[in-house]
Ligand binder design. Structure first.
Ligand code: ATP
Length: 211
C-alpha cells in the first residue's frame, strides 16, 4: 500500500497501452535525485530511516512470498496465514510511511495499526509450539526448502524490526508495528520447525566445529 499511498499526492506520467487505453507509467523519475515521498507528502532523502524500514519490510514480504511458494508445493495449509501476514506487512509499510510528526488526522485514520494482529500471531505461535518436539540444541536454518526459506524470512524480519524500533522510539511509528515484527520472527521460527517436521526433514543442529 505504501507505493499506492505515496503515489496518492502526485500525478504520474501516462502512456498508451496496446489497445490505446491510457495506463499510468510506473516511473515518475521524481526519485532520480535520491529523494522520495512519505505518505504525508514530505520529501526525504532515500537514505532516511523511513525508507530503510520500508525497504526492509518489502524484502521481508518478498522472502515470505518465496517461502510461501515452496510451502505451497508441499501442500502446507499455513500458506493462507502467510498470505495474511503479507497483507499485514502492507499495513506495516503504510504506518512506517506516515511519520506521526507530519501526519494529519486523515492520514492517521488510514494508517493506524492495532494490537489485534499481534494477538493473532501469538495464537498461531502457541498452536504450532504445542505440536513441536522440544528444543534441545541450537537449530540451524535447514530442514528442507520451505523450512530454510522460513528461517531466511525470520532473519529478514529481525532486520526489519531493527529498522523500525528507532522510528518507534522517536515517536514516528506505532509501537504495535514493532511488536508485530517482534512476534512475527517468533512465528516464522516455529513455522520453520513445523514445516521441517511435517515434511519429515532433518533440522540440522549446531555442532562445535573441530579446530
Ligand atoms: N529505495 C527505496 N527503498 C524503500 N522505499 C522507497 C525507495 N524509494 C522510494 N521508496 C518509497 O516507495 C514509494 C514508491 O516508490 P517509487 O519507486 O515510486 O518512488 P520514487 O523513486 O520516489 O519515484 P520514481 O521511481 O517514480 O522516480 C515512494 O513514494 C517511497 O515512499
Amino acid at each position: 500500500m505504501w507505493r499506492r499511498a505515496a503515489a496518492l499526492g502526485r500525478v504520474r506520467g501516462v502512456s498508451r497501452g496496446w489497445r490505446g487505453e491510457r495506463a499510468p507509467k510506473i516511473y515518475t523519475k521524481t526519485g532520480d535525485a535520491g529523494f522520495s515521498s512519505t505518505f504525508t507528502g514530505e520529501r526525504r532523502q532515500k537514505g532516511d530511516p523511513i525508507f530503510e524500514a520500508l525497504g526492509a519490510t518489502d524484502e521481508l514480504s518478498s522472502a515470505i512470498g518465496l517461502a510461501s511458494e515452496f510451502s505451497s508445493e508441499k501442500g502446507h495449509m499455513f500458506v493462507e496465514q502467510l498470505h495474511k501476514v503479507q497483507c499485514m506487512l502492507q499495513d506495516v509499510g503504510s504506518n512506517i510511511a506516515t511519520p506521526l510528526s507530519s501526519a494529519r488526522e486523515a492520514h492517521l485514520k488510514r494508517t493506524s495499526f492495532s494490537e489485534k494482529p499481534v494477538l493473532e500471531l501469538e495464537q498461531w505461535i502457541d498452536s504450532y509450539s504445542e505440536q513441536l518436539p522440544p528444543l534441545r540444541a541450537f537449530i540451524l536454518p535447514s530442514g528442507g526448502k520451505s523450512s530454510a526459506a522460513l528461517h531466511f524470512s525470520r532473519a529478514v524480519c529481525r532486520r526489519a524490526e531493527r529498522c523500525v524500533v528507532p522510528l518507534v522510539q522517536a515517536g514516528e511509528a506505532d509501537p504495535n508495528v514493532a511488536k508485530y515484527l517482534n512476534r512475527l520472527s517468533d512465528y516464522l521460527f516455529v513455522l520453520a520447525r513445523y514445516a521441517a517436521m511435517k515434511e519429515g526433514k532433518e533440522e540440522k543442529i549446531y555442532v562445535k566445529p573441530e579446530a
